[in-house]
Structures are given as C-alpha cells and as structure tokens.
Design a protein around this ligand. Structure first.
Ligand code: PMT
Length: 224
C-alpha cells in the first residue's frame, strides 16, 4: 500500500481542543474539530511512521493505523505526550487551552438566588509545544507547531516559533471568515527558519492535502 519512507520513525501528534472543567457538567473549550491533526496522523502512518495521536475530545473516527490516546485537559495532554517520548517527530496541531479554571468545583455550581454571579479565576496551562521543544535529550529531532492567528499572521507565527523553540511552524489564519477552525480547508505559511526567503506558502487546500504536503516535507527533511 504505497512507499513507506518514514518506516522506523516514531511520531507523536496532538489534535483537537482541550476541555477545561468549571464544574462536573461545564467546561471551557474552543472550536477545533481535530480534522487537521487527525489528517496529519493518518498521513504519517500511511508513510510508514509509528504514530501516536494524542487527541482532545472530538467526534471524528480514529485514523487507520494510528495509536490513539484520548485526553480531556491540557495537563492530561502534556502527560500523554511526554509518555510517548523519546520520538523522532512531534506535530502539535491541538488547540490547547492557554488557561484552566483555577478552582474546579466538585459539585455543580448553583444559582444563589441573590443575584451573585460567579467569577472564574484562571491558571496558566503548561505549553506542550514549548515543553517538548526544550525536552533535552528527549527532544524529538523534528518538532513542528502550528500558529493560529487572526492578524499579522506571519510576524506573530515567526515570533511564536522563536519563543517556543520548535523547528517549523505552520501559520494559519483562524479569523472567523476563513473557516479554518472546524472547516475542511486550510491555507498554510510554513516557517522553517529565521530567513523569510525560505518560507513556503501553500495554496488553500483540503486539510488532507495539507497533511500530505507536510508529510512530503518531513520525508524530504529526513532523507536529505
Ligand atoms: O482542529 P481543526 O478544526 O481541524 O482546526 C485546525 C487548527 C486551526 C486547530 C490547527 O490548524 C491549528 O492551528 N492548531 C493550533 C491551534 C492553537 O491553539 O494555536 P496557538 O497559536 O494558540 O498555539 C501555538 C502552538 O502551540 C500550537 O502548535 C499549539 O498546539 C501549541 N500549544 C499551545 C498552547 C499550549 N498550552 N500548548 C501547546 O502545545
């Protein structure tokens, strides 16, 4: 079933949103569907890699030939990813919540009847991409992140790559008019280094085609 240029390589992919609980029945989430991350996991597996997909709550079927670890929160996602190291390739496509609710209630929050409205306090979540990019001897040799931006997409993405320490960052515009969150298509600006002349701009295409382009790029990286 096709060539296996990534045979022998171990990959870990994050996908989907995280859910950050407020109480037993409520949570904070975002509009990620998992389509982009799941497509990347599927294509890596088709290219012969040994793939673990660490996924937040999504309604998609598990991709063929991929080990799937289901998680809910950012903290669980980090632990699951760290449990897969060492690995050769990491691709962080998940839309991880930057903050979690500081004091999750054990019981459902109730209306008090006196008009007092609860105020949520937040704590910062661990940054999975930054953590694995600086994982010392356990750092995957190729770490790929995404940058979800709504303005100054390329500048913000380049700064994010530097700040988080990943090798490549795939910038995508997630403004509401683009349909990137949840939709079937995506337009990527790949930043692979500090020299903008080496950036790649991929046309708007299906998320499956984005995944194929990325896996072709990864294959070239390991074979050049
Ligand atoms: O799931 P879909 O509906 O298919 O949509 C795809 C997508 C828009 C979610 C995807 O293409 C995408 O852009 N994923 C990254 C979403 C995101 O949260 O980006 P960010 O710019 O906030 O984060 C930058 C990078 O750091 C990302 O690789 C993210 O996975 C990672 N991160 C962020 C925060 C955190 N606490 N831990 C992380 O690992």
């Amino acid at each position: 079933d096709g060539p296996k240029p990534l045979a022998g390589k171990k990959a870990v992919v994050t996908s989907g949103p995280t859910h950050e609980p407020i109480d037993p029945v409520r949570f904070i989430a975002n509009r990620s569907s998992g389509k982009q991350g799941h497509a990347i996991a599927a294509e890596l597996a088709r290219a012969g890699a040994d793939v673990t997909l660490v996924s937040g709550p999504v309604t998609l079927p598990n991709p063929a030939g991929v080990r799937v670890v289901q998680v809910e929160t950012a903290q669980e996602m980090l632990a699951a990813v760290q449990g897969q190291l060492p690995a050769d390739i990491a691709v962080c496509a998940a839309a991880v919540a930057d903050w979690r609710v500081l004091h999750r209630a054990d019981q459902k929050l109730k209306k008090t009847g006196d008009g007092v409205i609860p105020a949520l306090q937040f704590a910062e979540n661990p940054d999975i991409l930054a953590t694995i990019s600086t994982a010392g001897p356990n750092r995957p040799s190729l770490v790929v992140g995404f940058a979800a931006e709504t303005e100054n997409v390329v500048d913000h993405a380049r700064a994010k790559r530097d700040r988080k320490g990943c090798d490549w960052i795939l910038a995508n515009n997630v403004g509401p008019e683009t349909g990137t969150f949840g939709g079937d298509n995506n337009e990527i600006h790949l930043i692979g280094g500090s020299d903008p002349a080496r950036d790649e701009i991929w046309p708007r295409q299906s998320k499956t085609a984005v995944a194929r382009s990325l896996v072709a790029r990864i294959t070239r990286h390991f074979n050049s």
